[in-house]
Design a protein around this ligand. Structure first.
Ligand code: MN
Length: 298
């Protein structure tokens, strides 16, 4: 099953090149009052929602995918957990290039551990990456994104995949520089998730998915998740030794080699086998002064 969020927050089931509106089904989601829970309500309810979603879809007329604006399939991820260097050839690439490592010690993932990206950095495929710090290098990183479906803690890797709701494409957009990763990678719009959530039962083997990323038609990254140093099950085991994982939490599994700069005006196309493809535009973020000015004027 492929579930998207689109336009002003509608939910849709994706079938080949079209979307069917199933938003009405989400009326059964529990209503909370402040303080709100820290997990994603839709992902938490997905096991009960699946049958009603499938029943409702045929009653909606199909809308061509090209006519909808795709939002992040996960509206409220409680946390975005990310693997820093998790493909061998990317590790070598970073160690070999001062423009990438900036004199930071680059350790293998078991030593480096994981890092967190702010959930406020998340956008969907039809929103745009808004570059700040135009004088600095900002890179694309395509990654398999794993979406947790059920609360879990201290998971054994043998059971880990049973806690996965599904998968999507992730872009971990990164300002290169000496600062902490969480600062450089948490800028608003610097985590792209999409194009939709593909439920785990639709993916035969998440550890064997081709992934590729183009910028303006030029292939930059091309790899397969079989080359992950720490695999998906082990990442869930590792992350759950530090955090209780909640429905809607996202694990970005790390990027392969081929990272490179993006600039305003670029168009990036990211593809992961069986998860779809998404085209994301890059723009310059208007200055704070300009956006304040717009607000005052309107
Ligand atoms: Mn990354």
């Amino acid at each position: 099953m492929k579930i998207c969020r689109y336009d002003d927050g509608k939910f849709g089931l994706v079938d080949r090149h079209s979307v069917r509106d199933v938003t009405a089904i989400t009326a059964i989601l529990p209503q909370f009052r402040y303080p709100f829970p820290r997990h994603d309500l839709f992902v938490a309810a997905l096991p009960e929602l699946r049958a009603p979603l499938e029943e409702a879809a045929p009653a909606s007329s199909p809308i061509p995918l090209s006519q909808v604006s795709l939002l992040s399939p996960i509206a409220n991820p409680g946390k975005i957990i990310a693997a820093p260097v998790n493909y061998r050839r990317h590790l070598e690439e970073v160690r070999g290039d001062p423009a990438l490592h900036h004199q930071n010690a680059i350790h293998e993932i078991r030593r480096a551990g994981l890092f967190l990206k702010a959930p406020s950095s998340v956008i969907g495929a039809s929103e745009r990456i808004a570059i700040r710090h135009l004088e600095r290098r900002t890179d694309h990183e395509i990654e398999l994104a794993v979406v947790i479906g059920e609360a879990c803690d201290n998971v054994d890797r043998a059971d880990a995949l049973s806690y996965v709701a599904g998968y999507c494409i992730g872009l971990d957009i990164t300002v290169r520089g000496p600062e902490e990763r969480s600062l450089r990678k948490s800028i608003d719009t610097y985590t792209v998730l999409g194009p939709w959530l593909t439920t785990a039962d639709s993916i035969a083997d998440p550890a064997n998915l081709g992934l590729s990323l183009e910028v303006n038609g030029e292939i930059r990254q091309h790899a397969n998740t079989r080359d992950l140093i720490m695999g998906i099950s082990e990442l869930i085991e590792f992350a759950s030794q530090f955090y209780v994982l909640q429905p809607g939490d996202v694990i970005l599994t790390g990027t392969p080699d081929g990272v490179g700069p993006i600039r305003p005006g670029d168009v990036s196309r990211a593809t992961i086998q069986d998860l779809g493809e998404m085209t994301v535009e890059v723009v310059a973020r208007e200055s704070r002064a300009a956006s304040l000015f717009e607000r005052v004027r309107s």
